[in-house]
Design a protein around this ligand. Structure first.
Ligand code: 8YV
Length: 313
């Protein structure tokens, strides 16, 4: 039996029901481990979401029959991988199929933040457009500017390719330098200061977890050029919210485009007071095509894991 924690696209649910007996929690809001644990009789596979935290305590409480947890996400920092490995529980995620959709959203946030699109829309809807003047709602050019990508993985590289279309110069900072074939001309910076001091836009595309938690802090924000624009479609945990909010208030960071937040969905309330923050509710991969593809890939991962388990019996 396949337990599905959240509401998933109809096409994916239809395939899941065709392939498995399903138990569908259709859970919304904060994850409820107790509810999950009380619904696991007969379950061999779980399809969860990035907002469902499978810590060691929960994984150790799972019945022996559970052989695979598939997450409807590329990120896996919500799952204790060591605990799953110790239990012999396979983990499947959904890489690649969401790369371009997420990169598109990062590009959208760069453009919206630079061109003050959120402010413009709010002004129009509030009936406060004063009409055309040469200085009304001036933003900043994006074309031919310097884009710095923190986390030059699949999504970061897809964003770089899209930014080339705007004649942007690409810089990046990674744990390790990429081979030239993957760099595609992007300029690698080993040091934070070199990286942050030479860019106009910073896009955060690194994964979450302990290795990147709080990376964009007050000290690194101070290394950015005055007027830099920050975009985050990676994980909210990368950002020190208080530091970014202070920089947005001072104008040192001219604008931010944020799709991910610490403590989602309870984002830091001060973001809501900032006209120069463009805010999206974690919709990086949220297109019909991409979420279907993610679901099908997750089901493929479940099938592969169960086949491996049966073969090993
Ligand atoms: C998920 C995400 O797709 O893929 C990830 O890591 O953060 C999101 O794009 C989303 O959590 C699915 O509901």
């Amino acid at each position: 039996m396949l337990l599905i924690t959240r509401i998933i696209p109809d096409a994916v649910l239809a395939r899941a029901r065709a392939e498995y007996q399903t138990r569908e929690l259709r859970h919304t809001g904060p994850f409820d481990p107790a509810r999950l644990l009380s619904n696991l009789d007969g379950v061999t596979a779980i399809l969860c979401n990035a907002s469902d935290r499978f810590d060691a305590a929960l994984i150790n409480a799972l019945p022996a029959a559970v052989k695979v947890i598939a997450t409807y996400s590329v990120g896996v920092e919500h799952i204790d991988l060591d605990a799953a490995a110790a239990r012999g529980i396979a983990i499947a995620n959904t890489p690649d199929v969401l790369t371009d959709a997420t990169a598109e959203l990062a590009l959208m946030l760069m453009l919206m933040a630079a061109r003050r699109a959120g402010e413009g829309e709010r002004l129009l809807r509030a009936g406060q457009w004063p009409g055309l003047t040469p200085t009304f709602l001036l933003g900043r050019d994006v074309h031919a500017k310097r884009l710095g990508i923190f986390g030059m993985g699949r999504i970061g590289r897809a964003l770089a390719r899209m930014a080339h279309g705007l004649n942007m110069e690409i810089h990046y900072h990674n744990r390790t330098r990429l081979p030239a074939v993957l760099e595609e001309g992007a300029i690698y910076h080993e040091s934070d200061a070199d990286f942050l001091g030479g860019i106009d836009f910073l896009s955060l595309n690194a994964p979450g977890g302990a290795g990147t938690k709080g990376w964009l802090n007050a000290a690194r924000i101070a290394m950015l050029r005055p007027g830099a624009i920050v975009v985050n479609t990676g994980r909210g945990s990368i950002v020190d919210d208080d530091a970014l909010i202070a920089a947005l208030r001072s104008g040192h960071v001219a604008a931010a485009g944020l799709d991910v937040f610490n403590n989602e969905p309870a984002l830091h309330p001060d973001y809501l007071t900032l006209e120069n923050a463009v805010l999206m509710p974690h919709i990086g991969s949220a297109t019909v095509e991409t979420r279907n593809a993610m679901g099908f890939l997750a089901l493929d991962g479940i099938a592969s894991a169960l086949q491996r388990f049966d073969k090993d019996q």
